[in-house]
Write a protein that binds this ligand. Structure first.
Ligand code: PLP
Length: 439
């Protein structure tokens, strides 16, 4: 009997024993095409020698030194590299161990910034109903996923959630994309008016929504309007690129394509590419200076912040992404995958929408294409697609969407940037069969 506390107590997953390129293998020798990169983690694929060697070399010299006493060369190198390529005025990097830690730190930093700058009345956070920001209490409070939140209500912070920018379902008949961008963003303005803008510290959003709806980008103009609203009311814009950052959408940071830069940016997943657990929160010099010139101490800190071995992995991963031209490859193979999805699913009676950016793409499944009616949740379609794909040797990321409870079934695809044209063919072929089996 296993003593592991598994993710799903009612399932017995196979034992993963190895990985090479776009494939993972289990103990029985079965190969799986990793078309979701775990959950948008494995951007370089599996078994990347450069990253493995960088981690080994770091372990040989210095595995760990507590940041209460030391900084380290890999942490400094990684921070320099990230800031050299970061958008806007982002100037400081706070290294953590994963995505939830990055968003949790962002929420606390926003609050401390206003305390340190003499605006202690600013303590409210606004986020979106279609979002996932992690599973720790603050991050879970920020997220709008009703299913993940439902048991924990009494523990959650009072975060206000507005509608997302979700063109497929929320753009009105006959409404132009430009008008919809403004209407969707103005939901923030309306919420600020309700709350009293002077009580709000920040707005948090994913530029491309991942784990709650399968790769939903905002329409052009939405985030520019959001930026303008945040600036007008003096609130911070926190962008969560834990999933969609690090080249995943065809630009190093997803927000570059929206023409905006945040005050605080969260990254993780592709930053370590699975070789080490690492995430980061980047903030502007203005925010950092407020702390540095104030109390001097960000009231946060976990034992493993700035972990040297994780930082060495992160540095090797970001260097590989940049030096091997993998951002452009994510854009090019993303376009190829999109074309293949359009060819296979464009006329499918139960695929209502195909969307996303770069190698971050999603399908939305519907009972009826004309009315966009979702399937009955009792059918557990997403779970059955996942099982059928896995059986066929394909790892993808099906999920049930949420805006107030369940809305539709989605499949998220986020394969390694090195995916070949043949592997794209294998992906769409296996996915098509898995969907049809599950239906
Ligand atoms: N933010 C986003 C956008 C995510 O997709 C996730 C994980 O899926 C997280 C935060 C949480 O990251 P982690 O699972 O590394 O804690």
């Amino acid at each position: 009997m296993s003593h592991i506390f598994p993710r799903h107590a009612k399932s017995a997953p196979p034992v993963a024993t190895g990985g090479a390129g776009c494939y993972l293998h289990d103990a029985a020798g079965k190969a799986y095409l990793d078309a979701s990169g775990g959950a948008a983690v494995s951007c370089l694929g599996h078994g990347d020698r450069t990253v493995i060697d960088a981690v080994k070399a770091q372990l040989d010299s210095l595995a760990f030194a507590h940041t209460g006493f030391f900084t380290s060369e890999p942490a400094e190198r990684l921070a320099d590299l990230l800031i050299a390529h970061a958008p806007g005025d982002l100037d400081r990097v706070y290294l953590v161990s994963g995505g939830s830690e990055a968003t949790e730190a962002a929420i606390k930093l926003a609050r401390q910034y206003f305390v340190e700058t003499g605006q202690p009345q600013r303590g409210r956070l606004v986020a979106r109903r279609q979002s996932y920001h992690g599973n720790t209490i603050g991050a879970l409070s920020a997220g709008g996923n009703a299913w993940r939140r439902q048991q924990f209500g009494p523990l959650l912070l009072d975060v206000r959630h507005i509608d997302p920018c979700y063109e497929y379902r929320l753009r009105a008949e006959g409404e132009s994309v430009e008008d919809y961008a403004l209407r969707a963003a103005d939901a923030l303005e309306a919420e600020l008016e309700r709350l009293g803008p002077e009580t709000v510290m920040a707005f948090m959003a994913e530029p491309v929504v991942g784990a709650t709806a399968g790769a939903v980008p905002a329409v052009p103009g939405y985030f520019r309007r959001i930026r303008e609203i945040c600036d007008r009311h003096g609130i911070l814009m926190i962008l969560d690129e834990v999933m969609c950052g690090m080249g995943r959408t065809g630009s190093l940071f997803a927000c570059e394509q929206d023409g905006v830069a945040p005050d605080i940016l969260c990254i993780a997943k592709g930053l370590g590419a699975g070789y080490q657990p690492i995430g980061a929160m980047l903030c502007t010099g203005r925010i950092y200076d407020a702390i540095a010139e104030g109390s001097g101490f960000f009231q946060h800190g976990h034992t493993y912040v700035g972990h040297p071995t994780a930082a060495a992995a992160g540095h090797a991963v970001v260097s590989a992404i940049l030096e091997r031209g993998l951002v452009a490859r994510s854009a090019a193979q993303g376009a190829a995958l999109r074309e293949a999805l359009d060819a296979v699913f464009g006329q499918h009676p139960h695929v209502g929408d195909i969307r996303g950016r770069g190698l971050f793409l999603g399908l939305e499944l519907v009972a009826d294409r004309a009315t966009k009616a979702p399937f009955d949740p009792a059918r557990r379609l997403a779970a059955r697609i996942k099982a059928a794909a896995f059986e066929a040797g394909l790892i993808c990321y099906p999920m049930s969407g949420t805006i107030d409870g369940r809305l539709g079934d989605h499949v998220l695809l986020a394969p390694p940037f090195i995916i070949s044209d043949d592997q794209i063919g294998e992906l769409t072929d296996k996915l098509g069969r898995a969907i049809d089996t599950a239906l």
